[in-house]
Design a protein around this ligand. Structure first.
Ligand code: HEM
Length: 412
């Protein structure tokens, strides 16, 4: 097969339209067809889609695949100068898209705050935040899970970690992250880019003020640690400081919000699994792994080949852009028997949802803990909760970051 020809399945060419609402509602049949017919497939958009677990794991971990973010953006947008857009330039300064040695330097500055021990120490505080959110709605008998709980919890947690004072949190609690749109494999419109630029600039102004304040009045928080690293000289520039605080904020909240929303939806669509958890809450940590696998809140991450390399029997040249479909790898039957079945008791789950290799998600333990405590609290406090709209869920028009715009719940 010519690598530019879409595979034809049942007489229909397989097209990749990641923002098509029907695709967003259920991308899994597409993944299955692609994995079965063309597991390393060059999409008409010019990048390679990888769908098998083994190939995704290889691309994320092998040193012949890097990020080359700036080169990749230039190839994708041709001669349009995307690096002059503040939102893109800011993302370019984050560890998420840097290669070593800059990646190693930037990541090394924050890893301490995310160790298993530090995260475990946060358990009582996170439990309290979950309870506070549920206290706000408990008597009403209804809530929008996304607005009232799933969005607020990770925002409050990351504000705590960064030392954002409570009285300054309202814009973060109200805001939604259109900047996530930069991570989509299709170009942004001018309006979307303008909005993302505005958000970046406003957040930049705020984070700069916060850093200035912490320089004068150090506290026991992550912002203070980063400011100290900046002051020590050669470790991080002022621009990198702001960009990486912005990354922690962005990476840390929408992803976790959607793990909670997608997870609760999946548990209620297969309600026998919710009943199983209620009967045996000790299954909750394993259920979180299974929910990460079953409907990941991050569907893809990118890599670029830095030399010729063979993957899944296909030889790719240098500077080829890879879209590693994490959501597809998670449903690979070669890795998970009966992959489309949700099974909170499934054994040996190693979801690809947090990526891998040197970029493996820094907040993975934190996200797991937040989700665990949410499901535990809901089971304990609202055991008869139901989701009236579970059969027609309101998916956001966003593919890379997969999640719901609302998720009404009722209980009595
Ligand atoms: C990187 C997923 C929560 C911070 C990543 C990557 C993925 C991911 C796929 C890229 C990995 C790669 O390219 O190989 C998720 C999911 C989450 C989540 C599914 C929740 C369910 C969080 C949280 C934080 C966080 C709570 C922090 C508060 C980061 C950072 C990176 C990252 C800083 C960049 C790491 C690097 O490039 O070295 N995450 N994430 N994430 N995540 Fe998460």
């Amino acid at each position: 097969m010519n690598d530019m020809t879409p595979p034809v399945v049942d007489g229909e060419p397989l097209e990749f339209n990641p923002l098509d609402p029907a695709f967003i509602a259920d991308p899994y049949p597409f993944y299955r067809r692609l994995r079965e017919t063309a597991p390393v497939f060059k999409a008409p958009q010019g990048f390679w889609l990888i769908t098998r677990y083994e190939d995704v794991a290889f691309a994320l971990r092998d040193k012949r695949f890097g990020k080359d973010f700036v080169g990749n953006i230039q190839r994708r947008y041709g001669n349009i100068d995307r690096m002059s857009e503040p939102a893109v330039a800011s993302l370019a300064r984050t560890m998420l898209v840097q290669d070593p040695p800059d990646h190693t330097r930037l990541r090394g500055l924050v890893t301490k705050a995310f160790t298993a021990r530090r995260v475990a120490d946060m358990r009582p505080r996170i439990k309290k935040i979950v309870d506070d959110q549920l206290d706000r709605v408990a008597d009403k008998g209804e809530m929008d899970v996304m607005r009232d709980l799933a969005h607020r919890l990770p925002v409050i947690v990351i504000c705590d970690m960064l030392g954002i004072p409570e009285e300054q949190r309202a814009p973060f609690l109200a805001g939604s992250n259109v900047n996530g749109r930069i991570l989509e494999p299709v170009p942004m419109t001018r309006e979307e880019m303008d909005q993302a630029n505005l958000n970046t600039q406003m957040a930049g102004v705020y984070f700069k003020q916060l850093c200035d304040l912490r320089r004068r009045e150090p506290q026991d928080d992550l912002t203070t640690e980063l400011v100290r690293a900046e002051e020590a000289g050669d470790k991080l520039t002022a621009e990198e400081l702001e960009a990486n605080i912005g990354l922690l904020f962005g990476a840390g909240h929408e992803t976790t919000t959607n793990l909670i929303g997608n997870g609760l939806l999946a548990l209620h669509r297969q309600s026998e699994q919710w009943e199983r958890l209620k009967a045996d809450p000790s299954l909750i940590p394993n259920a979180v792994e299974e929910l990460l696998r079953y409907d990941s809140s991050v569907q893809l991450t990118g890599r670029v080949t830095n030399t010729e390399v063979e993957i899944g029997g296909v030889t790719l040249g240098e500077s080829e852009s890879i879209v590693a479909l994490l959501g597809a790898a998670n449903r690979d039957p070669a890795q998970y028997p009966d992959p489309d079945r949700l099974d909170v008791g499934r054994e040996h789950i190693r979801p690809m949802s947090f990526g891998g290799g040197i970029h493996h998600c820094l907040g993975a333990q934190l996200a797991r803990l937040e989700a665990e405590l949410v499901f535990a609290a809901l089971i304990e406090r609202m055991p008869n909760l139901t989701l009236p709209e579970k059969d027609k869920p309101a998916w956001r028009r966003s593919f890379t970051l997969r999640g719901l715009s609302k998720l009404p719940a009722v209980w009595h």
